[in-house]
Design a protein around this ligand. Structure first.
Ligand code: BJ8
Length: 431
């Protein structure tokens, strides 16, 4: 797609109907389009099949929102999410849609800071600000928001967010003992009941079977993409892969999986021909840490502008979302809900203690990706990832893995300093 022609399409009438601040949102739309064209469409040698994902961004404020509104008209529930602990299969089984709400932009942070404390995670502030400022069509369209008891910033924000949009909170335990699993299973059952209530229908075993297979298919497609990034030279940029991982949270899952698989077919061909987005000698970096919600492309942009390629994201907008599948060969509803619980319990978020499986997972992904160094990325004020960083660093020291730790927010203030640190890190890898 031509960068000069690219725009995020406007839908002012629909935004007005959704009670949005249309004038403000119009400015955000233009800015997003410009940032996208500059960050994405300027890349050389992109796979042709990225065209679908460019179109998804072009239609982010319209086409997909229309689909959500049409679903709502049919009485299908639309659930806004912020965390990969939501058992999406249950929503899909009820004919509903899960949509990951944006939380990766500095633009909505001042709206949040009028209400919330300033010294909390930028992702929480950004997401909350989108609702407070009425500048996100998805937030305006959802039936309810799914919240969870992971970190303190999120769980206390739900109480305030609930004043603006119904917010359902699922209790996620902080440990993974047998009694925690029991509690978790009960919570999954409660969520099932909540979704049935909103949908006005009962979820059958067949509904759940088909939803589990839809989500497994989607996760398999993303696993395939990750595996292909292990080739040298990398057949796709880290920026493009991150974009796909971000779009995974709001696109229709069957269509999305088909598009990722088509892209993977193209990437397989590239790998066979030894064709990459950079030369084989370019430093290969893996990123690990907190999620990078749309449109947070800060670290990927800096690293790849400096001549390296990112080959993996150990993150919730990354492998933590799709590394585990759900067992499909179970007969009763009880067993299926238990299988879902077991699948979600494998997610290794730093909100758990202990969480050593995440350190093992990072080492495994590092090896599989053929990376030559790890950047640990933590959002400012995220205590759990910031403290768990100690164990990631120790593992890297033990294994002699070049390592850089970055703590950042969404502002542009630290760009110069980050650029210098990233360049020095890449020099270390090159050396
Ligand atoms: S499963 S990582 S999506 S909780 S970065 S808001 S933890 S202060 S996002 Fe997360 Fe679920 Fe865990 Fe994943 Fe809080 Fe930290 Fe902010 Fe975070």
């Amino acid at each position: 797609m031509d960068a000069a022609q690219f725009e995020v399409k406007p839908y002012p009438e629909m935004w007005k109907d959704l009670d949005m601040d249309v004038d403000r949102f119009e400015k955000a739309r233009v800015m997003l389009g410009e940032a996208y064209a500059k960050t994405y469409l300027s890349q050389a040698n992109r796979p042709a099949k990225m065209a679908y994902f460019d179109a998804m961004i072009s239609e982010i404020h319209g086409g997909r929102v229309k689909e959500l509104l049409a679903a709502k008209k049919e009485g299908r529930p639309v659930v806004g999410t912020f965390c990969v602990y939501i058992p999406e299969e249950i929503v899909i089984a009820a004919g509903g849609i899960c949509v990951g709400l944006c939380g990766g932009s500095q633009g909505s942070v001042p709206d949040a800071e009028k209400i919330l404390p300033r010294n909390i995670c930028p992702m929480v502030k950004s997401a909350f600000g989108f609702k407070a400022g009425r500048i996100c069509p998805y937030f305006q369209a959802v039936d309810f928001v799914y919240g969870e008891t992971t970190c303190d910033a999120k769980k206390k924000t739900w109480e305030i967010l609930d004043r603006m949009v119904p917010t359902y909170v699922m209790e996620i335990p902080q440990m993974k003992k047998a009694r925690d699993r029991e509690l978790w299973l009960e919570e999954v059952k409660d969520f099932n009941a909540k979704v049935e209530e909103v949908a006005g229908r009962t979820i059958s075993e067949a509904d759940l079977d088909s939803a589990i297979s839809v989500m497994n298919e989607k996760r398999r497609a993303l696993q395939r993409l990750t595996a292909l990034r292990g080739a040298n030279p990398a057949p796709i940029s880290g920026k493009d892969a991150l974009l796909i991982e971000q779009i995974a949270f709001y696109d229709e899952p069957v269509r999305f999986a088909a598009q990722v698989n088509e892209l993977c077919d193209e990437l397989e061909e590239r790998v066979q021909k030894g064709r990459g987005v950079t030369e084989a000698a370019a430093p290969r970096v893996m990123v690990s840490g907190t999620p990078m919600a749309l449109p947070n492309w800060k670290i990927h942009n800096l690293v790849e502008t400096a001549g390296a390629v990112i080959v993996g994201e150990e993150s919730c907008i990354g492998t933590r979302y799709f590394k585990d599948l759900t067992d499909e060969k179970l007969s009763s509803m009880e067993e299926k809900l238990a299988a879902l619980t077991d699948r979600y319990m494998k997610i290794d978020c730093s909100c758990f203690t202990p969480n050593d499986e995440r350190i093992e997972q990072i080492a495994k992904e590092y090896e599989n990706s053929g990376a030559q160094g790890i950047i640990h990325y933590s959002l400012q004020f995220c205590h759990t990832y910031n403290i768990e960083e100690i164990k990631v660093r120790e593992m890297c020291e033990r294994e002699n893995i070049p390592y850089l730790s970055i703590e950042s927010d969404y502002s542009a203030e630290d760009i110069g300093q980050l650029q210098t640190r990233i360049e020095a890190f890449l020099e270390q890898i090159r050396g």
